[in-house]
Ligand binder design. Structure first.
Ligand SMILES: NC(=O)C1=CN([C@@H]2O[C@H](COP(=O)(O)OP(=O)(O)OC[C@H]3O[C@@H](n4cnc5c(N)ncnc54)[C@H](O)[C@@H]3O)[C@@H](O)[C@H]2O)[C@@H](O)CC1
Ligand SMILES: [K+]
Length: 582
């Protein structure tokens, strides 16, 4: 499991170590310099002619760095002697340096790089800079200029003429969007980066890409996209959360001596254990707390793998209420997802013609009512409109009945009382009561926005996409349910924990993929039905596990190319075999 910390937790972990005189910053800076040297050496090794790794500016013919580097012997200008293959000397590095310790890390790393023969320029974005770091950098022979003196355009040109850019403007001490002048600098650099495409230098974010929401993964202003983030002591929540995670590149965690578990999970407190009715508003979401990411071993440990003593009923029966005569495909996809994940049995409830199609695709499915251990409700069923009434072949009636069993409103339901459920698509519009955590809502951003609007929030799809974890938590607090918010990076918010999974290739954004996910999760919930009802932390974990399996199955089915939803379901057994065998 990857654990990403909030900025508060990082600070709490640092305090006693700093008080004890641990050289945290020196360790961070050394590791940062090593990461840069590794990359520079690898690139130089791949290039005959040595160090000039990057294509350089060339486009406007300007000696781009002259103004930034005025008065300095340009040791790495074109025309210098060619170095050996793999030699890092003379590679050009631009440091973007902010006023705090993040800038300090960057300057100290810069000093290491200068000593290794790299050609390093530091742009100090603020009037203040980390004193010790600046002194070490200059003593090593590094060249520092002030942004106030050189202005933004020459810095952009310098960046374009560099091999590596280090973004050390702000780290976990920052709040909100980058303010001027750093904000203006990064806006200009990000635009140039976008325009330059592959000609842009290798960009390393120091601890975090400056300007992201450390705790909530928001991107409130300009941010320079990193190829790599070298982060210190612990992962930061914003590095795993969308949309910021998409700007962090490859994340490298460096051990600087934090204890394995330094602090409490602040978010796991009582804040979200509120009892709110359907129309009550949640309290303010603090947006702090840990975020987890499941890895294969975590999923294997949770998996309800069968033993020789099991039979189909102990393995778990999944009831699927999905599809209509107009949208029969969702029924096929959801039942296929459930069957291929290893359900003891899958029941299908719906219109007769849809049931026939389900059977043609999956003859294992039982098209009849009876006991189930978990429900999958809603794929391919239209939104419920209380004014118009249902036009869905009776599917809304069936979903309402199943929801009563999930919430315990019908305590003596024919299905046997409370049980977990996946609540997807149309079923998301049929929620009338507060839900338990073992009900897992699986909206995409647009559906979550509509659900939240129904609860009185002024939020649209774009707002949900801008702060997915915040809104998933808000929906969890308001409804009581576990919320699985689908996206390129999927977020799960449930009691005491948040998960984020980034397992699926971009090709997975295709019609029907979500129906398959609903089936996969339904089988997992059915396989551990009693546990899920007894332990409210289990549904979020199983939801994250389902997302991992679905994403890996999509990657298998895609093999780098387009993927059809049914093929994701077909790839699931191979993924499970790999997870359990590993
Ligand atoms: N405390 C320590 O000993 C260690 C800290 N480390 C580094 O220190 C960083 C945290 O350092 P600090 O707490 O000094 O804070 P930062 O360096 O992250 O930034 C704080 C500074 O940025 C300014 N700032 C805040 N919000 C801003 C905004 N929106 N726009 C522009 N400027 C803004 C503040 O005025 C303050 O001067 C970590 O991210 C990490 O890189 C590492 O060296 C590891 C050890
Ligand atoms: K940074």
């Amino acid at each position: 499991m990857k654990d990403a910390w909030s900025s508060d937790e990082v600070r709490k972990a640092e305090e006693p170590l700093i008080a004890a005189g641990e050289p945290l910053m020196a360790r961070a800076a050394y590791a940062l310099a090593q990461a840069v040297l590794r990359e520079v050496a690898a690139r130089a090794a791949a290039r005959p002619g040595g160090v000039r790794l990057h294509g350089g500016l060339g486009s406007d013919g300007l000696p781009g760095t002259a103004r930034v580097r005025s008065g300095r012997t340009p040791g790495s200008r074109p025309g210098r002697p060619a170095a050996r293959r793999g030699d890092v000397r003379g590679a050009r590095v631009l440091l973007l340096v902010g006023p705090g310790n993040n800038g300090g890390d960057t300057l100290l790393a810069g000093a290491h790089l200068v000593r290794r023969g790299l050609d390093v320029t530091a742009v100090l974005a603020s009037a203040r800079a980390h004193e010790e770091g600046l002194a070490a950098f200059e003593a090593a022979g590094g060249h520092a200029v002030s942004l106030a003196d050189v202005r933004v355009p020459p810095v952009v040109r310098e960046a374009l003429d560099s091999d590596v850019v280090l973004d050390g403007l702000v780290g976990v001490g920052a709040r909100g969007a980058l303010r001027p002048p750093a904000g203006g600098l990064v806006r200009a650099l990000a635009e140039a980066q976008e325009a330059a495409g592959r000609r842009w230098p290798y960009t390393v974010a120091v601890d975090i890409p400056s300007g992201i929401g450390v705790d909530d993964g928001a991107v409130p202003g300009p941010v320079l996209r990193a190829d790599r983030t070298v982060t210190f002591g612990a992962l930061k929540a914003g590095l795993l959360l969308p949309p910021a995670a998409q700007l962090a590149g490859e994340v490298e965690l460096v051990d600087i001596g934090f204890p394995a578990d330094a602090g409490p999970d602040h978010w796991a407190g009582a804040a979200q254990r509120v009892t709110l009715g359907r129309h009550a508003m949640p309290g303010t979401d603090t947006g702090t707390g840990r975020v987890h990411r499941m890895e294969p071993a975590d999923v294997a440990a949770l998996w309800p793998a069968p033993t020789a003593r099991d039979h189909k009923y102990t393995r778990g029966v999944v009831g699927v209420i999905a599809g209509t005569s107009t949208y029969p495909g969702a029924a096929v996809l959801a039942t296929s997802g459930a069957v291929r994940t290893g359900a003891g049995m899958v029941r299908y409830l719906g219109p007769e013609d849809v049931g026939t199609r389900v059977l043609l695709a999956r003859p294992e499915v039982v098209v009849a009512g009876g006991r189930v251990q978990a429900w999958v409700l809603g794929p391919g069923i239209p939104a419920f409109d209380p004014e118009e009434g249902p036009d869905d072949d009776g599917q809304a009636r069936r979903v309402f009945g199943a929801l009563a069993a999930v919430t315990g409103v019908l305590s003596e339901d024919v299905t046997g009382g409370k049980m977990p459920a996946v609540i997807d698509a149309g079923a998301l519009t049929m929620l009338e009561h507060r839900l338990p955590a073992w009900a897992v809502l699986t909206p995409h951003a647009g559906e979550l926005a509509e659900l939240l609007q129904g609860l009185g929030h002024e939020v649209d799809r774009a707002a949900v996409e801008a702060r997915p974890l915040h809104w998933a938590r808000t929906a969890h607090q308001a409804t009581g349910a576990t919320v699985l918010l689908k996206g390129a990076i999927t977020v799960v918010a449930g009691p005491g924990a948040a998960y984020t999974q980034a397992d699926a290739p971009a090709w997975t954004a295709t019609a029907g993929a979500g129906d398959v996910l609903a089936g996969i999760l339904g089988t997992l919930l059915a396989g551990r039905s009693a546990d899920v009802v007894a332990d409210e932390t289990l549904a979020p974990r199983l939801a994250a596990a389902a997302v991992l399996v679905h994403g890996r199955a999509a990657a298998r089915a895609s093999a780098g190319g387009p993927v059809a939803a049914l093929e994701i379901a077909h790839a699931v057994p191979g993924v499970i075999a790999e997870l359990l065998g590993g």
